[in-house]
Design a protein around this ligand. Structure first.
Ligand code: UD1
Ligand code: UDP
Length: 370
């Protein structure tokens, strides 16, 4: 049986790395890269480091408005699906590549399997929320990372196709944390291309969302909080924000912030595991902070991963210098927690796919036809 998997953005490459390995033991997988992320250090480095199979198709679609990007992807993914005629389409998360894959497949009556189904913020002003909701409602199998995600789906009437399998990001984090060697992670590359050393003590920050990094006012609040800390901050900068970050750091004369090019996943795992604390607006990084039992401040208005908030291990903050600093000061107790599974979610994901495509084929077809 054949499955087409659609990926396009950094967090999806990480999930595909661990899921593909299991999936290919049972199914033929055709990997489609939409091209949404395309710089070497936003895309290829993940395929190299994580040994992800080379994509069978690279659609080369990126940038522009959400509608243009998603629409172009939809047209090209449909062509691939018509040619490959898969038994199902596998999608991860909430990017424009996810939504395009879901629309292309559901219109051709090809079952959609959604990994990381069910997360909700509660606002349609967030582009990822729209992608999640629409993808979930086009999907035939909903594989949730957490109990809360399954509960959200249930409130929307999606019940008997939803299963909690744990988080493949946890599988990846566990697997690659054991593989990171210090030699592989020695230097960072500055935004101007020079090599930079990793200090012994540091904070790890990522900040790429429009709401935070898209305006000087909010980014200055966040950077000035980090500038005033007792150790330096390592900040790998998403390419969309390079110009603004460079200019602000120069204008303000910040000396405590190591702004660098995006790093590969192994380096990112190293930084998570060795950071004092983490400040981020990334859905992935706030979970990784939790996996590594590091205190995290998420600069965002909404809770995306409620399970990480236990005991204030992950606290929301507005992009406000004082609030970030106050929350960073809070002391924490960390208890072991298994909200994201046991590191074997990939096996569970594949088991559910086998079950629904191979063992319960007839029942499944009936469901799809309804
Ligand atoms: C996307 C995801 C978001 C995820 C983020 C980072 C959607 C709606 N959002 O947002 O959930 O957190 O990826 O993983 O899909 N660019 C480059 N080089 C690249 C990639 C992007 O220069 O390799 C620039 C382009 O100018 C592009 C801009 O960054 O227009 C934004 O990229 P895009 O993929 O549209 O959105 P992200 O902000 O990356
Ligand atoms: N990451 C990385 N290099 C970086 C920044 C982040 O490898 O320079 C990893 C990080 O460890 C996490 C994932 O990328 O696993 C998160 O992706 P991102 O923040 O782009 O997307 P989100 O999770 O917010 O959708």
């Amino acid at each position: 049986m054949k499955i087409v998997t659609v990926v396009g953005a950094r967090p999806q490459f990480i999930k595909a790395a661990v899921v593909s390995r299991e999936l290919r033991k049972e199914f033929e997988e055709i990997l489609v890269h939409t091209g949404q992320h395309y710089d070497y250090n936003m895309s290829e480095v993940f395929f190299e480091e994580l040994d992800i199979p080379k994509p069978d198709y690279n659609l080369g679609i990126s940038g522009g408005t959400h509608g243009k990007m998603t629409g172009e992807m939809l047209i090209e993914i449909e062509k691939v699906l018509l040619k490959e005629s898969p038994d199902a389409v596998l999608l991860y998360g909430d990017t424009n590549s996810t939504l395009a894959g879901a629309l292309a497949a559901v219109k051709l009556h090809i079952p959609v399997i959604h990994v990381e189904a069910g997360n909700r913020l509660g606002t349609k002003n967030n582009p990822e929320e729209v992608n999640r909701i629409l993808t979930d409602h086009a999907s035939s199998l909903h594989l949730c990372c957490t109990d809360s995600a399954k509960e959200y789906l249930s409130k929307e009437g999606i019940t008997d196709t939803a299963y909690v399998v744990g988080d493949p990001m946890y599988d990846a984090f566990k697997f690659y944390s054991n593989k990171v060697k210090h030699e592989a992670t020695e230097t960072l590359i500055s935004l101007c291309g020079e090599k930079m050393e990793i200090p012994e003590k540091f904070y790890y920050m990522t900040c790429h969302r429009e709401e935070n990094a898209g305006k000087d006012e909010t980014l200055i609040e966040i950077l000035s909080a980090m500038e005033s800390l007792d150790s330096k901050t390592i900040y790998p900068v998403h390419p969309r924000n390079t110009g603004r970050v460079k200019r602000i750091i120069e204008e303000k004369g910040y000396k405590n912030i190591i702004a660098c090019k995006p790093v590969g996943y192994l380096m990112s795992v190293y930084l998570v595991n060795h950071a004092e604390k983490i400040v981020t607006d990334s859905g992935g990084l706030q979970r990784e902070a939790f996996f590594a039992e590091k205190q995290c401040i998420t600069v965002f208005d909404y809770v995306v991963w409620p399970e990480t908030m236990i005991d204030d291990r992950n606290q929301l903050s507005k992009p406000c210098r004082e609030e970030i600093l106050n929350k960073l000061e809070k002391k924490q107790t960390v208890h072991e927690n298994h909200a994201f599974g046991d590191g074997n979610s990939c096996k569970k994901i594949v088991k559910h796919i086998i079950n629904i495509l191979k063992n319960e084929e007839k029942r499944y077809e009936r469901k799809i036809a309804q």
